[in-house]
Design a protein around this ligand. Structure first.
Ligand code: NAD
Length: 370
């Protein structure tokens, strides 16, 4: 295989730190896969299966070391447990990473080998798409295992989950408006959407249809051009000054950790609600800081669960209407989180995590007793 980048050998302290992450994170199982013939190096992390099989996408990334990949898959799989639990799905949390450069190293053989490995887990882990894994890649994986979801529509799957994710984020934002302003109308609200990729673009369209005033920011000029051409009245915000804008709602739809001490020292919005995973740079510190600033934070793993709901519906035979209906539960779930956070005077992220943990403990125990 050409252009194979050498993976840095992890230092003993890197491995020790990743393993301690596994212990403190409470993971059930972590499996490393190597296949010399196809160059496959993958890790599957199964965080929790109390509510059902662990479902979570596969991410392909050129990690600098195996320890870095392990840290990422442990963090991501834990997030999936919370997302499935709070959304009321009978699924656990898991995730997979393939270590490598997707542009140069991904091949049909590698993906099918990965499918065989997933199959060996006998359904404890169900895979799906994530960063750098397309529906085409999912087709290859599906040739070797039935424990995969997120197939293209022409093969009976749900296709790209992004519009469903965007719908859930939109509803989570409306619930936030209801809590913060007493009405869930977003008409006239000034919203900054950071990241106008697949989810961001669909969200901007829904916001614009509702009469919101939208600013967008992206490092990809093509995506900026696409959305400003498609939706009239959308304005582009400069990266250096966007957090100083006079806005009502900030919607992080690009990367994680954008809600941090720097952005919070400048943001003057009343709501943060977006699609990105792990928006709070530090859940404890910035969850509390957001609360102290009087900003209502819609927990990311709750309001961006539409994509997970979409692929989970496919497991019983895909139906778009059903996926959208189930996604609509995000509105009430968000209102419930806000009300608990207010009653207990805790950050909304903590309230959401407590709710998820309660369901894992309560329903999980009943399930295990069968
Ligand atoms: P995407 O890759 O299609 O879009 C991401 C956009 O963010 C791109 O346009 C990219 O150029 C932009 N971006 C990257 N870095 C940026 C930066 N520093 N500043 C501004 N813009 C930047 O991804 P997506 O599918 O739209 O997902 C968006 C986010 O939502 C991701 O964090 C993803 O993990 C999360 N998410 C997506 C789904 C889904 O169904 N697609 C589900 C749950 C969570």
């Amino acid at each position: 295989m050409s252009n194979t980048t050498e993976l840095a050998i992890a230092t003993a302290s890197e491995v020790a730190s990743a393993l301690s992450g596994m212990q403190t994170g409470g993971h059930e199982q972590v499996v490393h896969f190597y296949d010399q013939a196809t160059g496959l190096k993958a890790i599957v992390a199964i965080h929790n299966t109390h509510l059902g099989p662990a479902l979570g996408g596969t991410r392909m990334w050129a990690y600098k070391s195996e320890a870095e990949a392990l840290t990422d898959v442990l963090r991501l799989s834990r997030g999936m447990t919370y997302k499935a639990a709070i959304t009321g799905l009978n699924l656990g949390g898991g995730k997979a990473v393939i270590i490598g450069d997707a542009k140069n190293q991904k091949s049909e053989a590698m993906l099918r080998r990965f499918g065989k490995f997933v199959n060996g887990l006998a359904g404890r882990y169900i895979t799906a798409e994530d960063v750098n894994i397309s529906t085409r890649d999912i087709e290859y994986i599906a040739m070797e295992t039935k424990h995969v979801t997120g197939l293209p529509e022409i093969l009976g799957g749900g296709g790209d989950p992004s519009p469903v994710t965007a719908y859930g984020v939109f509803l989570g934002m409306k619930a936030s408006a209801k809590e913060a302003y007493g009405s869930d109308s977003l008409k006239g609200k000034k919203v900054l959407v950071q990241g106008v990729g697949k989810v961001g673009q669909s969200l901007v369209e829904q916001l614009s249809n509702e009469g919101a005033q939208v600013w967008v920011n992206d490092i990809n000029q093509d995506n900026l051009k696409a959305i400003t051409t498609k939706v009239s009245g959308v304005q582009v915000a400069d990266s250096a000054t966007m957090f100083d804008l006079d806005i009502d709602i900030y919607a992080p739809c690009a990367l994680g950790a954008t809600v941090n001490s720097d952005s919070l020292s400048r943001l003057r919005c009343s709501i943060i609600a977006g699609a990105a995973n792990n928006q709070l740079a530090d859940e404890d510190i910035h969850g509390q800081m957001v609360k102290e600033k009087g900003i209502l934070y819609a927990p990311d793993f709750l309001i961006n669960a539409g994509g997970l709901i979409n692929v989970s519906v496919e497991l019983d035979g895909y139906n778009r209407q059903r996926a959208l209906l189930k996604t609509e539960n995000i509105y009430d779930a968000a209102m419930n989180v806000f009300s608990i956070a207010k009653a207990q005077n805790i950050p909304t992220i903590q309230a959401a995590k407590h709710l998820a943990e309660q369901r894992i403990d309560g329903v999980g125990r009943i399930r295990l007793s069968y």
